[in-house]
Design a binder for this molecule. Sequence first.
Ligand SMILES: CC(C)(COP(=O)(O)OP(=O)(O)OC[C@H]1O[C@@H](n2cnc3c(N)ncnc32)[C@H](O)[C@@H]1OP(=O)(O)O)[C@@H](O)C(=O)NCCC(=O)NCCS
Length: 177
Amino acid sequence: MSHTEKSFIFEVKPAEASQIDLVHRIFSPEDFSLPQHRRYQVQSNGEGVYLIAWDHETPIGGFLVRWSGPQDEAVSSRIDVSGRAYLEGGLTLDEYRRKGVATAIIREAERLAKLHGCTHIGMEVGSSDNPDAKRLYEKLGYIDWGCGDFTISWESKDAGGNSRIDSEVVTFLQKPL
Ligand SMILES: CC(C)(COP(=O)(O)OP(=O)(O)OC[C@H]1O[C@@H](n2cnc3c(N)ncnc32)[C@H](O)[C@@H]1OP(=O)(O)O)[C@@H](O)C(=O)NCCC(=O)NCCS
């Protein structure tokens, strides 16, 4: 799918195996836990699609859409997440922000999730530390689930193999498809 904005044309499509090393070098070269490869693995397993936006040969943004999630107990203990799509790993490169890249990827994710039979789509977003992302998602129709904030953690690895755990207080946003 192509998106045109004056002279800026970009394309949103599912990742291909041959592209993932490049996506890693551009999106997360310092994270040796290889998050880009893990997201592609989700797609290879048939559990979702890793959508990448391209400016010609350059990957400029991406979101992983899973056909089910999140697995975080704070959400899955309150909502039956099966049949509910879940967006994660959202990123647009700094120099490509505020040009509609994330909007286009999210719309494509919603289209694919609906085709897959999902009834809802959601994502976690920083409750107070990521107002730009939250505002964008709310603009796209995502609504706070109303059950409060919770903390998520994730692991990254540096070149020496040292693990680092980061965490964030998030809330869950969702919309029906
Ligand atoms: C959050 C993030 C993915 C958004 O990506 P983006 O590609 O800049 O998003 P969009 O361009 O679609 O939308 C951003 C804003 O630009 C506006 N916009 C969209 N198309 C536009 C255009 N053609 N011209 C000008 N503005 C535009 C949107 O309406 C939105 O406005 P808002 O700030 O008032 O809500 C990006 O900021 C990012 O990578 N942040 C760091 C990582 C992160 O926080 N990820 C999300 C974790 S939940």
